[in-house]
Design a protein around this ligand. Structure first.
Ligand code: GSH
Length: 363
């Protein structure tokens, strides 16, 4: 039996990867999972990503999708209504609002939870918990220093000292979420009382199925719940709607995930093989977006550019533009760490990424 087309490169414990896993389960899509290392180097991923260093990355044939914001949109575009699961709540919802919430969650809530991690855990703490073993590992700290500050060492002592105060931020943003969930949860309960209760409900934007917003919140709340970094604050008594929603989300994903299979583990080598065998670019391998709006002035198909995140992990990926729209950019890398041995197309969202033309004045 052939393996699923969707390949997710990720590691256990990544809240961003968990957002994609949530979307795959909501949509009932089978997928292949490649275990990556939680830090560089990733020699089996480099030939596909050409410098983009963040996790997760989605691969479909020789198309590589960077950033969860784009990955979720691409899943929706390729598999608008698959299996028994509905769309990512888009039909009934305001997609723009859903994306705005996802951006807030990915920037704000992510930072709030990250700030509560056991940064610089002592050897004793590391012995007591696998999470502390990661956050106390000098190699991991050096890697994350490179990721966030160009190598300037993360001041773990300062973070640990600030954690009690930073907890206020987490608690207050969870409160914002609680408020956002009050109305949908209340409507869902009312339907139950009137005997008209639908099978699903209570989602953030009152959609028929969990939306991009729900999947994004899921990733960060999963991180918080699974690491248990604030058990005294994060309780059902403090956040009743959030906890009810959390239970419903887990339940929904169990019921809607593909009936015969969920993730299938494959190796990094197998994923490279898939990319190699995917056929000529621009033919069966490439699924262009329909709304190709080329920008007349500086950036158009064929231009040589670099694309890099504008927040952290700012490693430029260099290539020629294959497609550029308001939503996304796709480039064909010319020479990367692999020496361009595998022909790939790399897709990024426009939002949060800087595109710099090569050979012209930088922006
Ligand atoms: N905006 C990106 C952020 C992804 C991100 O920050 N991922 C973390 C892991 S959860 C990461 O890449 N950390 C560095 C690494 O793993 O190399 C997205 O939505 O995909």
């Amino acid at each position: 039996m052939s393996k699923p087309d969707i390949i997710l490169h990720h590691y256990q414990g990544s809240p961003y990867a968990e957002k994609v896993v949530a979307a795959l389960r909501v949509k009932g899509l089978p997928w292949c999972s490649v275990d990556t290392s939680p830090m560089l180097p990733r020699p089996l991923l480099d030939p596909l990503t050409h410098g983009y260093r963040r996790i997760p990355v989605m691969q479909i044939g020789n198309n590589i999708y960077c950033d969860t914001a784009l990955i979720l949109k691409e899943l929706e575009r390729r598999y608008p209504n698959s299996g028994d699961a509905s769309e990512l709540g888009q039909q009934a919802s305001n997609v723009g609002l859903s994306e705005m919430i996802a951006t807030w969650v990915d920037k704000q809530l992510f930072a709030n939870v990250r700030d509560q991690m056991p940064w610089g855990a002592s050897p004793e703490e590391q012995k007591a918990s696998p999470l502390a073993a990661v956050f106390g590992n000098p190699a991991f700290l050096a890697d994350r220093s490179q990721l966030s500050g160009g190598g300037k060492p993360i001041n773990t002592e300062a973070i640990r000292r600030a954690q009690p105060l930073l907890m206020d931020q987490l608690v207050s943003n969870l409160d914002t979420l609680e408020k956002a969930l009050q109305r949908p949860q209340q409507m869902f309960r009312q339907q139950g009382q009137q005997g008209t209760k639908m099978a699903e409900g209570g989602w953030i934007l009152n959609t028929l199925a969990p939306s991009i917003a729900d999947c994004s919140v899921y990733g960060k709340v999963w991180w918080l719940m699974s690491t248990r970094r604030a058990p005294e604050f994060v309780t059902p008594a403090a956040y009743p709607c959030l906890f009810a929603w959390w239970g419903q989300m887990n339940d929904y994903m169990k019921r809607h995930r593909h009936l015969t299979q969920d993730r299938i583990k494959i190796s990094g080598e197998e994923a490279l093989q898939v990319a190699r065998g995917a056929g000529a670019l621009g033919q069966e391998g490439y699924v262009p977006t329909m709304e190709g709006v080329h920008e007349a002035e500086r950036r158009k198909t064929g231009d040589l550019v670099t694309v890099s995140p504008n927040d952290y992990g700012k490693i430029p990926v260099r290539g020629r533009i294959v497609e550029i729209t308001k939503e996304r950019i796709c480039i064909r890398p010319e020479n990367g760490p692999s020496g361009g041995k595998i022909d790939v197309l790399i897709h990024f969202p426009r939002n949060g990424y800087i595109i710099v033309p090569i050979g012209k004045a930088a922006l």
